[in-house]
Write a protein that binds this ligand. Structure first.
Ligand code: T4K
Length: 399
């Protein structure tokens, strides 16, 4: 069959959503006129306030990216010792612990949500445990109630890596609230590949003004005024350029999420019933931001996951294996007792089966149809015929 895609124009797993350039130019003119480029300028302040309103949260501290925000979030709560986290995430989650001299303790995930399994978290708590660092993977909320109960029982802090969870709301007792209000802190990513981007960017959501103030000092070298430094802070400040873009992006993100929803619905419809292909279930008690479109390629599918990945690539469709390898398999983690394969069977299976399909607002229905067709028409690999046995050498025959 000829390829439905010209390989010269690949379809990537995502394509950043950008507003029309003409809409951004007036913002740039203001920055050029004011010459305020960074250090908590007017766009930075407006964007923080607008995000609080948009997300339904109390306090936002903007950052250059989510990785520095995670590192700073841990610093701000003075986390030390051991922190329980998931192996099924982007490597930045665990790297933020190592940057703080903290020992990651990997715990397996739940097979339905692929988020930290609370039942297994409890078994991993030791006297050295000071915090839990769960991830709302693909934007699906963690079991925040069970995690909070454990944190209360064992006096642990909870920092959510909410890099995927922009705008996600959760229902509790008939009311809808931002998932970012759970735990002690939540961290967002506004990277180019995320559902909401400021080119690069991130944020920490904190529950009170005092915590926000400490975080704001920490992201500005620890300065509280011109001559006083109260902590070993870092430079994590978001620039005016990124903040201005974020302010404008807020006007467009609703439409972008809606279009992502249409694309996901189309994939699900076209691929329903393909043997061995499983979409993750969305919980009824949370909104969905369609940040990723993972499918699990099980043993009943025509070919193994990696063969499907290669087949798609061969046709110019750059699906990605988020998250493979597991974080616990990278060299700086694999020696940890909690990284041993036997302890993480669910995460390991998901990592071996997952494929994230292209999803972004500019993706056309026709592209989705062709990608689905490529997947659905995948045939089992025919084993190559066994090579003919070489004729036995006369010397061997003579023996
Ligand atoms: N926690 C979690 C759970 C995360 O998922 C992440 C980041 C973080 C923390 C850290 O957040 P940040 O510090 O980055 O704010 C990407 C992203 O770089 C990373 O932000 C993201 N998670 C991760 C899941 O994916 P790569 O190495 O796969 O990205 P890359 O460059 O291969 O991009 C994927 C595709 O997107 C490209 O093939 C083409 C397209 N693309 C990408 C970029 C950067 C574009 O079209 N334009 C672009 O500018 O890591």
């Amino acid at each position: 069959m000829s390829s439905p895609f010209p390989t010269s124009q690949p379809i990537y797993v995502t394509q950043p959503d950008l507003p029309p350039l003409a809409e951004f130019l007036p913002y740039l003119e203001q920055i050029w006129d004011s010459r305020v480029l960074t250090n908590s300028g007017p766009f930075h302040q407006r964007f923080e306030a607008a995000l609080c309103e948009h997300l339904g949260v109390h306090h936002v501290s903007l950052f250059t990216n989510a990785t520095l925000a995670l590192v700073t979030a841990l610093q701000s709560l003075r986390i030390t010792g051991e922190v329980i986290t998931t192996p099924y995430s982007f490597v930045a989650t665990a790297h933020s612990l190592l940057w703080n001299g903290i020992k990651p303790v990997f715990v397996d995930v739940d097979p339905v949500t692929l988020n930290l399994d609370p039942a297994k978290v409890e078994a991993a708590i030791t006297p050295q445990t000071t915090a839990i660092l769960p991830v709302h993977c693909y934007g699906t909320p963690c079991d925040v109630d069970a995690i909070q109960r454990m944190a209360d029982d064992y006096n642990l802090k909870v920092i959510y890596d909410a890099a995927h969870a922009f705008g996600v709301q959760r229902e509790a007792s008939g009311e809808w609230h931002s998932v970012l209000n759970h735990g002690d802190l939540s961290v967002l990513s506004f990277h180019a590949t995320k559902v909401f981007n400021t080119f690069e960017g991130g944020a920490i959501i904190s529950p009170d003004a005092k915590t926000k103030q400490r975080i704001d000092h920490l992201k500005n070298f620890g300065f509280v005024n011109e001559t006083t430094v109260v902590a070993t802070g870092i430079n994590g400040k978001m620039s005016e350029f990124n903040a201005a873009l974020g302010l404008l992006q807020l006007q467009h993100v609703g439409k972008a999420v809606a279009r992502r929803g249409e694309i996901e619905a189309l994939y699900r419809r076209l691929l329903a019933g393909v043997p061995g292909l499983r979409f993750l279930q969305h919980p009824a008690t949370a909104t969905v931001n369609h940040s990723y479109l993972p499918v699990l390629v099980g043993p009943e599918f025509a070919v193994p996951r990696d063969a499907l990945y290669q087949r798609l690539r061969g046709h110019g469709v750059m699906a990605r294996r988020y998250f493979h390898p597991l974080i616990s398999d990278f060299p700086m983690y694999r020696g940890l007792p909690s990284a041993q394969p036997g302890g993480l069977p669910v995460a390991r299976q998901a990592s071996a089966q997952v494929l994230c399909l292209p999803i972004y607002p500019a993706l056309q229905d026709a592209d989705v149809q062709r990608i689905a067709e490529l997947i659905a028409t995948t045939q089992p690999e025919v084993p190559a015929p066994a090579p003919a046995l070489p004729a036995l050498a006369p010397t061997l025959l003579a023996v």
